[in-house]
Design a protein around this ligand. Structure first.
Ligand code: GAP
Length: 438
């Protein structure tokens, strides 16, 4: 059963330390969130899984880590200064503002319910502006990047030359992006500060369609490989009027969120729009030289652009299950082991001195291999509940028999089956259980 409400996930996230409201002790800051100990691990695991699939496991993609703040000219050339806008309307009765394209009924204010009170839509630019240096003047204007992609385009030639790359090849980047969203909300789904995982795949123009199809498949597969329910994730092609200013075609990977299907990731054919625009604006020739054919041309770009924070949210919703166990409700996050913040919990039945030594011994054996948590407080039932709720695949319980038989009980999160395993054989046993999943 998927988590059918945002509150369920938001409450669990706060209670267990995945996500906290930002600036909470000052009353919070709308649409800003902080990631707690488990959230930080989950985000890391998502980044790792993406970097593994997109960079490490391929021989045609390299990584990059570019600045959040770039020259203002980057955003003029890319078209963001002029065209990165959403249509904003304001209700003349209650003065609430909305993105008109996100309203169920574009004639009725969702806040006060009045009809016909909206102003004409105006283009609202989403770039988050700041000033560099001590003087807030026009010449000091800079923007926090709204996408990581432009950092890739402006480094295209540096990366290509230094890594001696030949088409087709990709440049991948993970990092924070910022947008002055008109209507942020739905927990961490749409925020003004968020994190993206983007890859620009440069290819010959005539091969762009083929690579577009390749990346649609590969990106869908990534979510499925990480355990997302196949019936809750789909691809949807954009209508022409939805396309971003740079895109020839785009398809979204969509997830069936509690409010319906919505975007998880966009995969676009950006053509040669960006390289051409930066060539024109900077005067640098960013065409590719094909030695064999002795020709120069602008490569086309296929871009899979995903969100770290948005994926984390979708994976949490997707993993959430409530089960009836012996007349009680068990809440369990069936996260893929790769994503689970804690892989193994070590739970001594008692915190009395007798079990301290053996608990340390087990923890010491496991720690070099996996992220573990040693939990000695509360009843064993409550500790299992906590581990189920945070998605820990295996719990290792140490009891008083352990002192005699040098064995522990391994409990499987999903089946709740328990195996008695010798301490000596624990690491190979768990390694076997995780198999190829990690
Ligand atoms: N470079 C292309 C690009 O940025 P996008 O569809 O605007 O495309 C890509 O963004 C992904 O970034 C989205 O699919 C989503 O996962 C994430 N994203 C975009 N805006 C976001 C926001 N305001 N809050 C959280 N995630 C966001």
């Amino acid at each position: 059963m998927p988590a059918d409400s945002l509150e369920t996930i938001a409450n669990l996230s706060k209670r267990r330390g995945f996500v906290f409201p930002a600036s909470e002790i000052y009353g919070g800051l709308r649409s800003s969130w902080d990631y707690g100990p488990l959230g930080a691990e989950l985000l890391r695991n998502i980044r790792e899984a993406w970097w593994g699939a997109m960079v490490r496991e391929r021989d045609d993609v390299v990584g990059l880590d570019s600045s959040i703040i770039q020259s203002r000219q980057v955003w003029a050339a890319s078209g963001h200064e002029a065209s990165f806008t959403d249509p904003l309307v304001e209700c003349t009765n209650c003065h609430h503002r909305y993105r008109v394209d996100k309203l169920d009924d574009p004639d009725q204010c969702p806040s006060c319910g009045k009809r016909g009170t909206f102003t004409e839509p105006r283009d609202f630019n989403l770039l988050l502006k700041t000033f560099l240096g001590p003087v807030e003047e026009d010449a000091a204007v800079a923007y926090l990047r709204p996408e990581t992609a432009q950092g890739i385009f402006i480094n295209y030639e540096n990366v290509r030359r230094s890594s001696r790359l030949r088409l087709p090849f990709g440049i991948a980047q993970i990092g924070k992006s910022f947008r002055n969203e008109i209507t942020p909300g739905q927990f961490v789904f749409r925020t003004r500060e968020f994190e993206q995982m983007e890859m620009e795949y440069f290819c010959r123009p005539e091969e762009a369609d083929q690579w577009y199809d390749h990346w649609l498949d590969a990106r869908m597969q990534w979510y499925l490989n990480l355990g997302m329910h196949p019936d809750r994730v789909r691809l949807r092609a954009h209508e022409p009027d939805e396309l971003a200013h740079y895109a020839l075609v785009t398809s979204d990977v969509e997830y069936d969120f509690p409010w319906g299907w919505d975007e998880l990731e966009g995969i676009a054919n950006r053509t040669d729009f960006d390289l051409r625009a930066h060539s024109d604006a900077s005067g640098e020739d960013l065409r590719y030289y094909d030695q064999e054919a002795d020709e120069r041309f602008y490569p086309f770009v296929i871009e899979p652009a995903a969100g770290v924070t948005r994926s984390a949210f979708a994976f949490l919703i997707d993993a959430y299950e409530e089960e009836e166990v012996k007349g009680e409700t068990r809440v369990v996050l069936k996260l893929h082991p790769k994503l689970a913040p804690i892989k193994v919990a070590v739970l001594p039945l008692s915190k009395k001195d007798d079990l301290v030594g053996v608990t340390d011994e087990v923890a010491k054996a496991l720690r070099p291999h996996w992220a573990i948590e040693v939990d000695v407080t509360q009843s064993i039932g409550r500790r299992y509940r906590r581990q189920d709720e945070i998605g820990t695949p295996y719990c290792v319980t140490i009891d008083f028999d352990t002192l005699d038989d040098q064995a522990v009980t391994v409990r499987d999160r999903d089946t709740m089956a328990q195996d008695r395993v010798s301490i000596e054989g624990l690491v190979p046993h768990l390694r076997d259980k995780f198999g190829t999943l990690l």
